[in-house]
Design a protein around this ligand. Structure first.
Ligand code: AMP
Ligand code: MG
Length: 337
């Protein structure tokens, strides 16, 4: 494992993102376009149509995503790290917004049979992917950290506005839904400014508002997990959030083995079986948690979970590079294999 190799993999993510943006529809000049580094990734905002406040709307989206980062970051000081620092001590007063986000993440974790688990912090801290300098932890450290993964022991007290992690070493990680939440918030901001056509691409997780042009939905490429500048499918969407979790996003290779940033809460090790999962939904946090969870559950169980949820479709790329679709996904994705 080397720092350089990790940097390279991050670079390939950035290229993938540019590719996604470049296949976003018919060639007309956007009304306003801006890129920023936020939440550890490149965020691209494109606004189309006619709106006198497009620039202000884009700036407000940037500010909002920054605010979500300040609330939920796992490795930079945030409202969440303050809670984690108090593990094993008393309750911590927290912003009502982070309390709600935590409650939602616990609800989603239960709905997804624990495959998405916001209490996985002790284990993700060991792998250290979110800092950009990951490492392969010794087995004994993983086993020890796994004893601190306890969703049911998170104490949220809405009446006093506090959170308590009762055991030292417990830690919350919202990395699996933070970008989905940021996109949910971005949609609210766009609505407030009356924007009716926009695309926000947060490192490959995408919010679409309205259409690219009248009668032309947004077209979003799904990256091939093994060929950075190729796509496996194009999704045509309107007012949807598209989130992808994949083993190619943050990874390192050691002794010929790939280790990536999505961890199986049953083992504490990176998931195996699927290379990527793309979810199309209306709700960002559900889409984001689900992309992570399906990668953990694998194709059969994962697709069952997707089918049990209303209005959500999925495209999976398995370990042989084959594409699998949920039952309604064929009307969204055009395959490019
Ligand atoms: P995503 O790219 O949305 O799949 O999120 C990946 C991030 O979520 C990782 O960097 C970890 O911080 C966190 N994470 C990894 N595995 C899980 C999991 N099984 N459940 C919840 N969060 C996870
Ligand atoms: Mg996720």
């Amino acid at each position: 494992m080397t720092k350089n190799r990790f940097r390279l993999s991050l670079l390939s993510v950035t290229c993938g993102v540019m590719l996604l943006a470049s296949c976003a529809g018919p060639d007309s000049e956007p009304l306003y376009k801006v890129n920023r580094l936020l939440m550890g990734t490149l965020v691209q905002i494109t606004i189309v149509g006619t709106n006198p406040h497009a620039k202000a709307a884009a700036q407000a989206v940037i500010d909002e995503i920054q605010r979500v980062e300040n609330l939920s970051s796992f490795h930079k000081p945030s409202a969440l790290t303050r809670i984690n620092e108090h593990a094993g001590r008393g309750p911590v007063r927290a912003d009502p917004e982070i309390l709600t986000l935590l409650e939602e993440s616990i609800r989603l974790s239960r709905q997804m049979r624990g495959a998405f688990d916001p209490s996985l912090g002790p284990v993700s801290r060991l792998w250290n992917f979110s800092s950009g300098e990951p490492r392969l932890p010794p087995t004994s450290e993983i086993a020890q950290a796994m004893t601190k993964v306890k969703l049911n022991r998170i104490e949220i007290d809405a009446a006093t506005g506090t959170v308590r992690l009762p055991e030292p070493g417990m830690a919350l990680d919202l990395g699996g839904i933070a970008k989905g939440y940021a996109l949910d918030r971005a949609r609210q901001v766009m609505k407030r400014f009356g924007v009716n056509g926009a695309l926000v691409n947060a490192g490959g997780d995408i919010l679409t508002v309205g259409e690219k042009a009248p009668g032309h939905p947004w077209r979003v490429g799904v990256q091939d997990p093994r060929r950075g500048n190729a796509i496996v499918a194009v999704a045509s969407v309107k007012d949807k959030i598209i989130v992808t979790s994949g083993d190619y996003e943050r990874f390192f290779v050691k002794n010929g083995k790939r280790y990536h940033h999505i961890l199986d809460p049953r083992t504490g090790y990176p998931t195996t079986g699927l290379r990527s999962v793309t979810i199309v939904a209306t709700d960002g946090i559900t889409a984001d948690a689900l992309a992570t969870a399906v990668l953990v559950l694998g194709a059969d169980e994962g697709l069952k979970l997707v089918e049990s949820l209303q209005g959500i479709e999925a495209l999976l790329v398995d370990s042989a590079g084959r594409v699998k679709l949920s039952s309604g996904a064929a009307s969204i994705f055009e395959l490019r294999l």
